[in-house]
Structures are given as structure tokens and as C-alpha cells.
Design a protein around this ligand. Structure first.
Ligand code: CP
Ligand code: NVA
Length: 306
């Protein structure tokens, strides 16, 4: 996987299908403790938004690789006092070996990557969440045996998760259906890009019809109705998104063996019922665990350790 050495991961489509396959295979080997990779490198975490899973899974993944982690919380660094990204990026580049950033604008992430030579990883922006998608694809593979020929239906906001699922599915032959209310669809450019990547290998569908979208799906996926930064519109979104709630009634339309995924954090009673997330179909805890294995494999690849 030497071709990944030194690269950034700013969006899901920065990886080609073979690279995704290789990272997922490495993640499985690491999870099964079939190999050990060791380094003495330093990961920086620069998070402008809250995080439990991404922060902890990246940290533990780096500790398992033998490296160290520095938490560069904007509130305790000069970043929060307005030091330009261009300056921060060039300085961090001299200290760190790899940097994961969670921020709002994709353009800010790109500026960091342009000014830092070390690998820069998108740990979530308003546009995409590619690390989550690696774990999601790994979980679908584990549960369904393969990605090709299976269908994942995502219900809810056409947000960062919807975008990365569209691209990740298109790259790996997983059919992706997005059911979102009018006015909350994924960005048309991302849908177009996903359709171009998918070609005739997989089906990419965006619809407002939640029931039709779930029909026969092997994976039913949802995310919060109001993402970080959209808290002010949370209440007004509730009635609009209600028909897209993942509940037992909706799940009755899916494949009888369908699994339920959620990137978490979940709001029970909103995008998913307590019954659905606690049901035997739910694989959300395996999915959360896989963040750690997938990111360990990703970092090992970008650092040239494999
Ligand atoms: N799924 C996910 O990225 O969770 P956190 O916001 O807790 O990192
Ligand atoms: N769409 C959510 C994902 C959280 C992991 C958000 O951006 O807040």
C-alpha cells in the first residue's frame, strides 16, 4: 500500500476502489490480531467540533501503533484566537507526523492540507465524514459478507454522512438509496459524482419516499436530523423529518435479515426509536468499534508503515 504513503484523506473519493479494499483488509487483520504494526510517530487532533468516537478511536488506534497523540483543542491553542490556518498548518507540519482535523468548512480543511506536507485526515466536515464510511463499509462487509450487490438505505438529512455514503457506496459497488425530505437532499454535485463513479456497477438513488427506499434493503442507516452547527433549526426539523424515522414499522419493509446502522450519537425518539437501536438488527456498537480498526489501518497506510 505504498501508494498511500504521504497522502491526505480529505474526502471519500480521494481513495480508489482498490485502496478502500486494501484498507478494509488491513483493518480486518488488525482487528483479528493477525499482524502487528509498530511506529514511534505523533498524531495531532485538531477538533473545532465535539467528538467522542472519532477522538477516542483515533487516539487508541495511534496508541496501538505505538505512537503518541496530542489534543490540539482550539480553546487551548492559538487557533481559537485567530492565528491563520496557513501559519498553524506550517508550524504543526514541523512537529507532527499526521494530523486529523474536524471542522466546519471543507475549504478550511483543504487549506490545512495545502500548507502541511504531512498527511491530513478529514475527521468530519460539513461536507463529508470519510473515516466513518471506512468503518461503515467494514461493518457491512462483516454482516453481509460483501458490499457488491447489497443495498444500503440512508434515511434523513442529506448531510455529510449522506455524501460520504453515496461516494463510498459508489466506489465499492454497494447500492445506496438516500431518502430525504424536500429541501434537505444531498448536494447535487455529490450525487452526480457518485453516479459517475458508480457507472453501471451500483445503483445510486435519491428519493423523498422513505418506504420505497427501504424496500428490500439489507442495511438501514440513519443520522441525526440536525448536525453540529445546525442546533438552531433542530426543533423546526422534527416534523419535517418524522416520516424518515427508523422504527419497527419502516424496518418491516426492509430485507428480513436487514441490519441497522447509525454513526452515533443517536437521538432516540427522533431519527431512530429506542426499540430499533436496541433491537437484534442493530449493529451500531460493532460499527463504532470498527472506527478504531479502520483508522488504525488508514493511519498505517498514510504513514507508509505497510
Ligand atoms: N460518529 C462520530 O463521528 O462520532 P463522534 O462525533 O462522537 O466523533
Ligand atoms: N451529521 C452529524 C454526524 C455526527 C457524527 C454531524 O455532522 O453532526
Amino acid at each position: 500500500m505504498k501508494q498511500l504513503k504521504g497522502r491526505d484523506l480529505l474526502g471519500t473519493a480521494d481513495l480508489n476502489p482498490q485502496e478502500i479494499t486494501d484498507i478494509l483488509q488491513l483493518a480486518r487483520q488488525l482487528k483479528n490480531q493477525e499482524l502487528e504494526i509498530k511506529c514511534n510517530l505523533v498524531l495531532g487532533l485538531l477538533f473545532y467540533k465535539a467528538s467522542t468516537r472519532t477522538r477516542v478511536s483515533f487516539s487508541v488506534a495511534m496508541y496501538k501503533l505505538g505512537g503518541q497523540v496530542i489534543d490540539l483543542n482550539p480553546s487551548v491553542t492559538q487557533v481559537g484566537r485567530g492565528e491563520p490556518i496557513e501559519d498553524t498548518a506550517r508550524v504543526l507540519d514541523r512537529y507532527l507526523d499526521i494530523l486529523a482535523i474536524r471542522t466546519f468548512a471543507q475549504a478550511d480543511l483543504e487549506t490545512f492540507a495545502n500548507y502541511a506536507e504531512i498527511p491530513v485526515i478529514n475527521a468530519l466536515t460539513d461536507l463529508e465524514h470519510p473515516c466513518q464510511i471506512l468503518a461503515d463499509l467494514m461493518t457491512v462487509q462483516e454482516c453481509c459478507g460483501s458490499l457488491q450487490g447489497h443495498t444500503l438505505t440512508y434515511l434523513g438529512d442529506g448531510n455529510n454522512m449522506a455524501h460520504s455514503l453515496l461516494l463510498g457506496g459508489a466506489l465499492t459497488g454497494l447500492n445506496v438509496r438516500i431518502a430525504a425530505p424536500k429541501g434537505y437532499e444531498p448536494q447535487p454535485e455529490i450525487v452526480k459524482q457518485a453516479k459517475e463513479i458508480a457507472g453501471d456497477q451500483s445503483e445510486i438513488i435519491v428519493t423523498q419516499d422513505a418506504i420505497a427506499a427501504v424496500e428490500g434493503a439489507q442495511v438501514v442507516y440513519t443520522d441525526v436530523w440536525a448536525s453540529m452547527g445546525q442546533e438552531d433549526s433542530a426543533d423546526q426539523r422534527i416534523p419535517i423529518f418524522q416520516p424518515y424515522q427508523v422504527n419497527q414499522q419502516l424496518l418491516a419493509h426492509a430485507d428480513p435479515e436487514a441490519i441497522v446502522l447509525h454513526c452515533l450519537p443517536a437521538h432516540r425518539g427522533e431519527e431512530i426509536t429506542a426499540e430499533a437501536i436496541e433491537s437484534e438488527r442493530s449493529r451500531v456498537w460493532d460499527q463504532a468499534e470498527n472506527r478504531m480498526h479502520a483508522q488504525q489501518a488508514l493511519m498505517a497506510s498514510l504513514l507508509g508503515l505497510v
